[in-house]
Write a protein that binds this ligand. Structure first.
Ligand SMILES: [Zn+2]
Ligand SMILES: [Zn+2]
Length: 440
């Protein structure tokens, strides 16, 4: 099947947005901002959306930006991008590499880099916004654009919901978002069902009893206890999660004591858990607590352990019908550059928005790696060694075809709803629909 005529008409404008999109991308890349500090980025986006004719709200849930374009009767589609960068020192050597440092949430000055490609997402969303506005005679309905802060800390989407997002915009029929990843640039990948894991971080404090290093009988040694806990936790995924399910349990930090001849009074572990169903999430989190309590009892601890959950991300569980609709539209437009993609172990907070609004969503992936470089690595069987992944200091999506593809993907997916009931579906422009005008 050929793509709907509306897609071709709206995307014809890409020739006119590409240059400023590339400039905006390099500008954002050079000036990354940490989670909750996206003031400059938000200002640039808000300016772009206003110029394109959107009603714009700033400061939603912190630095969040919401744009609304009403274009007559029809479906409401929400498109979302995230804006924040990471405390990583850029090592790409690009002419537009970041040399920025900024104070983090604890006040420590840290290097800042767009190491997750959220600058790609913002530049693509701004371009798609412009194209949909300029091509509004070819579709009808409303577009809601959401630029969210603080995806990396997992609380930006929730913050926008709590900041009144629901009251600012009409309820959408569908919410759409995308992420650049280490696939060849030009490719798009969709996946129905669980696409990204739920993530939970947990801080566990184990209470022993401190003593002289030469007098272990007077102590309850939290170092030995912590070691037992770490080993025993390895059985959660291997022995308690069904073989057909996937979960990850990583002990990323273990801290106890200060010197060799003092048995410390406590130990602190930090864990990271990734799961793909609510049932598995509950199984794993319960098992961790059960094992830790039992090990503490076995060590004769004077006090119960303490558990603190933090940096929690929801499951990204793509709606089957919405994903199917987007996947067919991608297939028609991108041909064999579109296809299914595997389950990813990373996590996202995007779904907090559609879940709060009670609407279906789908979240897809676009490639960002130079196709030649990717192919070379694949031939050598060295993709995981030679292709930089998100959050690495070398992660640098190629500008094109990454930006074009991400922009096209947003427009094609949005029009899968917006153009559906429009006369343009028959290949004719509706008459009498000017800028800001309503169509039927
Ligand atoms: Zn990230
Ligand atoms: Zn990201």
């Amino acid at each position: 099947m050929a793509p709907s005529p509306a897609v071709g008409s709206v995307l014809a404008g890409l020739e006119g947005t590409r240059t400023w999109q590339e400039q905006l991308y390099r500008e954002l890349h050079r000036h990354p901002e940490l989670s909750h500090q996206e003031h400059r980025t938000a200002g640039l986006v808000a300016h772009r959306l206003r110029a394109a004719g959107y009603d714009v709200h700033e400061g939603v849930g912190g630095t969040g930006v919401v744009g609304l374009l009403r274009n007559g009767e029809g479906p409401v589609v929400l498109l979302r991008a995230d804006m924040d960068a990471l405390p990583v020192r850029e090592a790409t050597g690009l002419p537009y590499a970041s040399a920025v440092t900024a104070p983090d949430a604890d006040g420590n000055e840290v290097p800042v880099m767009h190491a997750c490609g959220h600058d790609v997402h913002v530049a693509c969303l701004a371009g798609a916004a412009q194209l949909l506005a300029d091509g509004r005679e070819h579709w009808s309905g409303s577009v809601v654009l959401v630029c969210q802060p603080a995806e990396e800390t997992g609380d930006g989407a929730r913050g926008m919901v709590e900041g009144g997002l629901r009251e600012l915009v009409p309820t959408p029929q569908v919410a759409l978002a995308q992420h650049v990843m280490p696939l060849p640039a030009g490719r798009v990948g969709t996946r129905p069902g669980p696409a990204l894991s739920a993530a939970d971080s947990m801080r566990i404090t184990l209470y022993g009893r401190g003593a002289h290093g030469s007098m272990p009988h007077a102590a309850v040694d939290p170092v030995v206890l912590a070691a037992m806990v770490v080993v025993r936790l390895q059985t959660v995924v291997s022995r308690e999660v069904p073989p057909g399910e996937t979960a990850v349990l990583t002990v990323g930090s273990i801290r106890a004591g200060t010197t060799s001849n003092v048995i410390p009074g406590e130990a602190v572990l930090q864990l990271n858990v990734r799961t793909y169903t609510d049932a598995t999430r509950t199984t794993v989190l319960d098992a961790i607590q059960r094992i830790v309590r039992a090990e503490c009892a076995a060590s004769n601890c004077p006090r119960e352990p303490e558990f603190e959950l933090f940096d929690r991300f929801p499951l990204t569980d793509n709606d089957a019908a919405a994903t199917d609709r987007v996947a067919s539209a991608f297939g028609e437009f991108f041909g064999d550059r579109a296809g299914p993609v595997g389950q990813q172990s990373a996590s996202e907070d995007f779904s907090d928005i559609p879940v709060a609004l009670g609407v279906p969503y789908t979240y897809w992936f676009i490639g960002g790696i130079d196709p030649g470089r990717y192919e070379e690595a694949a031939q050598a069987g060295r993709v995981s060694q030679d292709v930089p992944v998100n959050h690495s200091a070398d992660f640098a999506p190629v500008v094109q075809p990454t930006l074009d593809t991400g922009t096209q993907a947003l427009v094609v997916a949005a029009l899968a709803w917006l153009a559906a009931g429009h006369p343009d579906g028959a290949g004719h422009s509706s008459s009498g629909v000017g800028a800001g005008g309503a169509s039927g």
